[in-house]
Design a protein around this ligand. Structure first.
Ligand code: HEC
Length: 364
């Protein structure tokens, strides 16, 4: 299953922030948080010894492979369900120093996000990709959790007061590949200070089963989010999420793959995948772009892979209103009606939009 090709796209249709407010999505994926928050502190105080073996303790801050070595240490020993119980935080003074209070908070914040994202925490799935919290209509793919590129969660966010957002029209939709069973969805807020569950646990008790292509409102569809930190991101996890009557993914294809392949894929291959959204892209925001929409498949020469990529791209197309597809809006400058948060805009955005709209018409 293409379980790692998790997708997240946000789609602010109404009330986008004024164009001069150039918001960038806060980079809060686990790896980026490790690199920006935790690694500098651990390098300063711990790496001198822990880049190498200490007594029986295997190296967990290997030079150049800090992230890989610390998450893999003793099969994930540091990634405890309750991050504050991780021995990385509780070790205290030994032959090495204890973490200072400031260092402790930064390492804790990273561990919380790492654990919430992986779903190591008791009784929860890995989390969905996250979206930046701001006014708008949002789309989160469930492909990574159920393996259907056209399954998704959609909702609307409106700011109410400082730190308070109203989440509404919260719906889950199954794609054609599989039905979905869920139990107890959990809203997770990410910030530079870590990951935290919605304290009201507003969706606990929600339990439903969808057949392929069905959709349903989650709970009442409305949740008030309080104490939302600045520059937060929102994702979901589930106590249970599973497939119902899945069919093989190979059974499903775009209706007009040839048009997609000729008109849309080339742009996704370059510049999109080479600059940022693909394996090996050098941009510092690549980890985030990758998490939002991994377009590495656009470079493939294998027809089966390209067909699958077509379907995954279709997940970002709004067939009811193709011009408002997130695929187009992210690449369109704000002054031409696109999103403000996406840091890159296509020079040829009008041609790209026309091509996507033409393809979408063939997919209806
Ligand atoms: C002067 C060398 C030195 C420095 C610096 C050092 N340590 Fe250690 N650390 C050791 C040695 C030696 C051991 C093994 C003996 C022990 O467990 O106390 C160890 C063990 C550990 C363990 C136990 C791992 C396990 O699986 O039980 C943790 C966690 C740890 N260190 C964290 C840290 C952190 C966090 C820092 C930085 C704040 C740090 N260390 C800095 C020498 C060091």
């Amino acid at each position: 299953m293409a379980a790692l090709c998790a997708l997240a796209c946000d789609l602010p249709i109404k009330d986008p922030p004024p164009a001069e407010v150039e918001l960038e999505d806060p980079p809060l994926d686990p790896r980026t948080l490790f690199e920006t928050q935790a690694r500098p502190e651990l390098a300063l105080s711990c790496q001198g010894c822990h880049s190498r073996e200490q007594d029986t303790v295997k190296p967990f801050l290997v030079e150049g492979r800090e992230y890989e070595s610390i998450v893999a240490y003793e099969m994930g020993r540091f990634l405890t369900p309750r991050p504050e119980q991780s021995i990385l935080l509780t070790k205290g003074v030994h032959m090495g120093p204890a973490l200072t209070e400031g260092q402790y908070q930064k390492v804790l914040a990273w561990l919380q996000v790492e654990v919430a994202t992986r779903g190591v925490s008791a009784a929860s799935s890995p989390s969905t990709p996250s979206v930046a919290v701001r006014a708008g209509d949002f789309y989160i793919s469930l492909e990574g959790l159920v393996g259907d590129p056209l399954s998704k969660i959609t909702f609307k966010l409106e700011p109410r007061h400082a730190g308070i957002y109203r989440l509404s029209e919260l719906r889950i939709s199954a794609g054609p590949v599989t039905g979905i069973k869920i139990k107890n969805p959990i809203l997770i807020l990410y910030s530079i200070n870590g990951a935290r569950r919605d304290p009201a646990d507003s969706l606990s008790g929600v339990e439903l089963t969808l057949q392929p292509q069905q959709s349903a409102t989650l709970g009442t569809g409305t949740v008030l989010l309080t104490n939302v930190p600045q520059n937060a991101r929102l994702g979901l996890a589930f106590q249970i999420i599973s497939q119902v009557n899945p069919k093989p993914l190979e059974m499903f294809q775009c209706k007009d793959f040839a048009l997609f392949d000729a008109r849309v894929r080339p742009t996704l291959q370059a510049p999109c995948s080479t600059l940022c959204h693909g394996m090996g892209a050098a941009d510092p925001r690549a980890a985030q772009a990758f998490g939002a929409f991994d377009m590495t498949q656009a470079r493939s020469t294998d027809p089966a892979v390209l067909r699958q990529f077509c379907l995954r791209t279709l997940g970002r197309v709004n067939l009811a209103d193709p011009a408002r597809s997130v695929l187009i809006l992210q690449a369109t400058p704000a002054e031409a009606g696109g999103t403000t948060n996406h840091p890159y805009k296509l020079p040829q955005h009008m041609t790209f939009a026309q091509n996507v709209v033409q393809w979408a018409a063939a997919e209806k």
